[in-house]
Design a protein around this ligand. Structure first.
Ligand SMILES: [Zn+2]
Length: 67
């Protein structure tokens, strides 16, 4: 696997992810860019997951960051 390419695309999508996370956490209805299902928030003990129904959007947030 070419990790440099992976890192580059991760950096490119970081701002996109950040604005998506903001919208979802604000209670707005956001759809996954990939599968077009609704993205929802799953709160765990020490983390918050932001997922679409098919799990192609699957973002894990450290709960500490949200306090
Ligand atoms: Zn999806």
């Amino acid at each position: 696997m070419d990790f440099s390419a992976l890192n580059k695309s991760a950096a490119n999508s970081f701002n996109q992810q950040k604005s998506l996370i903001k919208k979802v956490l604000a209670g707005k209805k956001v759809k996954c860019n990939n599968c077009n299902t609704l993205i929802s928030v799953h709160t765990g003990a020490d983390s918050v997951m932001i997922k679409c129904e098919k799990d192609c959007t699957d973002i894990k947030l450290d709960a500490e960051l949200l306090k």
